[in-house]
Design a protein around this ligand. Structure first.
Ligand code: ADP
Ligand code: 5SP
Length: 487
């Protein structure tokens, strides 16, 4: 049997076909544009996602024995606000997870409704990228669009809806809307009232591995795949990536270096960080997780390479870096503001500490280190909660870089396990589809049988010490300039 996993990312949709032994038979990547119509805004067209997904599915189906395709699972960028009218037409471009326009609405939720209440209702507080502040923004700034909205959904749920006709979401992705009671796995009636949302505007809730329907007949014909292909609810991309890297059950860790950077800690029991600096979300394995998310991770390096150095040769640039632990230049990675742990849409990126002898390589190195220091800020919050993490898995486009993996091991002081495939969310989506098709007893069983660690990057004691000193300086910069960002 073949299971298809779809990762609806920010830079591209990545689709893969996996057989029942976990072997990937084919991967297809299809890019789409990302729009920044005003400073701090970030949008994409759901129609672009759909067109590229269908094109990718066609190419996958042509490359494998299509009659063997049994299930599809979609993982996708979280928090995005997708709105459809009563005729199922997209009302406006999707407002994405890294969009910072909702400073005012986020402040209203956190300060007027109050963080304490939000945390009781949802297990989380408001962050600018979450869905609820976006709904309030739309209500205030585009009342005609708000009135027209019949369905509110998340990015990957738009794809699942178009493929199956089922208006649904899963608990892991719904957790990031700030409308879900994460602990009790149901919509929060209080949050729906606060945002002026009716229950019928929201999708039905499922576990990630539950089958929500089969592919629409006409779609199966167009794609040349069987009529009875099952579709599971899927997951937010981080929960899907966690499944794809075997980060399930108790106390496992996964780091994703995609457009965003995340540190994901799985848990069998529900828990909340008392300051809500880390998100407390449901996991795709049926349990829970804590997560820190930085808004610009691999995208910092991409910006530095593409926009400033004007080169596509990432590897060549990284090969020129020869002095880990010896660099006095710092980079604050806040190109789109920052989520965890600062919750500050006004924050911006900075280079600090340059002198006449600073080289291009020092600055590239600083960018890459700054991203891992940003993630370390979230790890520190977890450590303060008494969570000790000695090793992590890693995935995402940035994990293709061996230098970044080495920096991760040394800055985090953790062993970094490399999985056979870097296709975290796509692989997780395929595993969820296999579980939905009853090829495995549950997600934990599937992961045990399919996910293989092929290498481990170990921290070097000397570098850990040097990076510890550098991190202690790094963490002083944001508090020192925070006020200026706001002004
Ligand atoms: N060798 C590399 N070194 C650094 N960054 C890389 C490398 N290869 C890919 N990337 C970056 O990975 C990112 C894409 O990762 P991906 O996990 O697919 O993101 P998303 O899910 O957000 O679309 C891009 O920003 C790209 O520049
Ligand atoms: O906002 C979050 C998680 O809370 C992001 O992780 C998005 O889910 C986007 O992911 P990538 O496109 O970077 O994979």
């Amino acid at each position: 049997m073949i299971y298809i996993g779809i990762d609806l990312g920010t830079s591209a949709v990545k689709l893969l076909a996996m057989d029942e032994n976990g072997i990937i038979q084919k991967v297809v990547t299809k890019e789409y544009p990302l729009y920044f119509p005003y400073p701090g805004w970030s949008e994409q067209n759901p129609e672009d996602w759909y067109e590229q997904t269908i094109q990718g599915l066609k190419e996958l189906a042509e490359a494998v024995d299509a009659s063997e395709i049994a299930g599809i699972g979609v993982g996708g960028q979280m928090h995005g606000l997708v709105t459809l009218d009563s005729k199922d037409q997209v009302v406006r471009p999707a407002i994405l997870w890294n969009d910072g326009r909702t400073g005012k609405q986020t402040e209203y939720l956190n300060e007027v409704i109050g963080k304490k209440k939000l945390s009781v209702y949802t297990a989380n507080i408001a962050f600018a990228g979450f869905t609820a502040p976006k709904i309030l923004w739309m209500k205030e700034n585009e009342p005609e669009n708000f009135e027209k909205t019949a369905k509110i959904m998340l990015p990957k749920d738009y794809i699942t809806y178009k493929l199956s006709g089922t208006f649904c979401t899963d608990y892991s992705d719904a957790s990031g809307m700030l409308l879900l009671d994460v602990k009790n796995k149901c919509w929060s009636s209080e949050m729906l009232d606060i945002c002026g949302v009716k229950r019928e505007q929201l999708p039905d809730l499922f576990e990630s591995y539950e089958v929500v329907g089969t592919i629409k007949g006409e779609m199966a014909e167009v794609l040349g795949i069987p009529q009875n292909v099952k579709i599971v609810a899927g997951a937010g991309d981080n929960a899907a990536a966690a499944v794809g890297t075997g980060t399930v059950g108790e106390g496992q860790c996964n780091i994703s270096l995609g457009t965003s950077g995340t540190i994901f800690i799985s848990s069998k029991s529900f828990g909340v960080d008392e300051n809500n600096a880390l998100h407390s979300f449901d996991h795709a394995d049926g349990y829970y997780h804590l997560m820190g998310c930085m808004l610009s991770a691999a995208s910092c390096n991409k910006w530095w390479m593409d926009e400033i150095l004007k080169t596509k040769e990432y590897q060549k640039e990284q090969d020129n870096i020869r002095k880990l632990g010896e660099n006095n230049v710092f980079f604050l990675p806040y190109l789109m503001g920052e989520r965890s742990p600062h919750n500050d849409p006004d924050a911006r990126a900075m280079f600090v500490g340059m002198s006449m002898d600073t080289t291009r390589e020092d600055m590239t190195q600083a960018v890459m280190e700054g991203v891992i220091f940003g993630l370390r800020d979230s790890l520190e919050v977890a450590r303060k909660l008494g969570i000790s993490i000695a090793r992590t898995k890693i995935c995402g486009g940035g994990a293709k870089s061996s230098l970044w993996k080495e920096m991760t091991a040394n800055i985090m002081n953790m062993e970094v396990d490399i999985i056979e495939t870097e296709e975290g969310p796509g692989y997780g989506g395929a595993i969820l589809a296999a579980v939905g098709c009853e090829a495995f007893a549950d997600v934990e069983d599937a992961v045990k049988q399919l996910v293989r660690v092929v290498d481990t990057v170990k921290p070097d004691a000397g570098l850990v010490k040097k990076y510890e000193q550098k991190y202690q300086k790094f963490k002083e910069f944001y508090p020192a300039v925070k006020k200026l960002f706001k002004e």
